[in-house]
Design a protein around this ligand. Structure first.
Ligand code: SAM
Ligand code: 2KA
Ligand code: SF4
Ligand code: MG
Length: 244
């Protein structure tokens, strides 16, 4: 085992194996490590239990070794892809976890909004940058987004993933993507019925399907043939449940 530091990571939940429901790794079995705390407050965030400070008492400071024990327990010791999400996982010191997992044959994907660049991004296998569109109410700092892409360098496969609710979001996705012509682009329809942070919440499947069709038409209409359009598969299968 690789020696690990005494830094702790604030963890909201560890769950799986399930399938990665979004973007470039869709369908791939994965264990999720969801960290607690975020520097953003997106209006439609579907993971508020890992964002809002009223839930911080549910978050646990864990050592790299403790996180790793849980990941290996859940995966039965069989290497798979670990998805690091949050909250914003870039806030946490995750470099040691990545190194430890790699030493045992695991792979790592990280989902972040691109608001904090970390040198350890270069040690990931997949970096999913999900800049926030106008409907989120957040402002995307293009300079820091570029820093994230540069921090990752040639290490991981870096991709862009945009949530799209409306025409303004679509235009934002188009414009930001144009700045990074080398990065694959994934578009997913926004979920209008994210769960209340402390409850279950049913999903508006008809609304999602309608927005998904609209998104396909928008991509086809603009001849944006490099874009991938995907639903949140886990939301279609299980609704807005936690831990899936
Ligand atoms: C919960 S976030 C956590 C990681 C990071 N904070 C981020 O936003 O990328 C994981 C992914 O879920 C997406 N997401 C959050 N709320 C959503 C919603 N209501 N509909 C569709 N996607 C959503 C985010 O845009 C991001 O791509
Ligand atoms: N199955 C599944 N796929 C996901 N892809 C991104 C997720 C996230 O919340 O970061 C997520 C999630 O929570 N569950
Ligand atoms: S950046 Fe991600 S986790 Fe943070 S509020 Fe937005 S969607 Fe939620
Ligand atoms: Mg989610």
């Amino acid at each position: 085992m690789t020696e690990t530091s005494s830094l702790t990571v604030l963890v909201s939940e560890i769950f799986g194996p399930t399938i990665q429901g979004e973007g470039v790794l869709i369908g791939l079995p994965t264990v999720f490590v969801r960290t607690g705390g975020c520097d953003y407050r997106c209006s439609w965030c579907d993971s508020l239990h890992a964002v809002e400070s009223r839930f911080r008492h549910d978050w646990k400071p864990m050592s790299t070794g403790d996180i790793w024990s849980e990941v290996t327990r859940l995966s039965g010791g069989e290497p798979l892809t670990v998805s690091l999400s949050g909250g914003n996982p870039a806030i946490q010191p995750l470099g040691d976890l990545i190194d430890l997992g790699h030493s045992e044959g695991y792979r790592f994907a990280l989902e972040t909004q691109g608001s904090l660049a970390r040198p350890w991004f270069a040690r990931l296998d997949t970096l999913v940058l999900s800049p926030k569109p106008p409907s989120s109410g957040m402002a995307c700092d293009r300079t820091i987004l570029t820093d994230c892409v540069e921090a990752a360098g040639d290490g991981p496969q870096t991709v862009l993933k945009f949530v799209v609710f409306d025409v303004e979001d679509f235009a934002f996705a188009r414009e930001v993507s144009a700045h990074f012509p080398a990065l694959p682009v994934y578009l997913q329809p926004g979920n209008h019925t994210p769960p209340p942070a402390d409850g279950e919440g049913n999903v508006d499947l008809d609304g999602l399907t309608e927005r998904m069709r609209w998104l396909v038409d928008a991509v086809a209409g603009e001849r944006w043939f490099a874009a991938h359009v995907l639903p949140q598969l886990h939301v279609m299968l299980w609704g807005n449940r936690r831990g899936v």
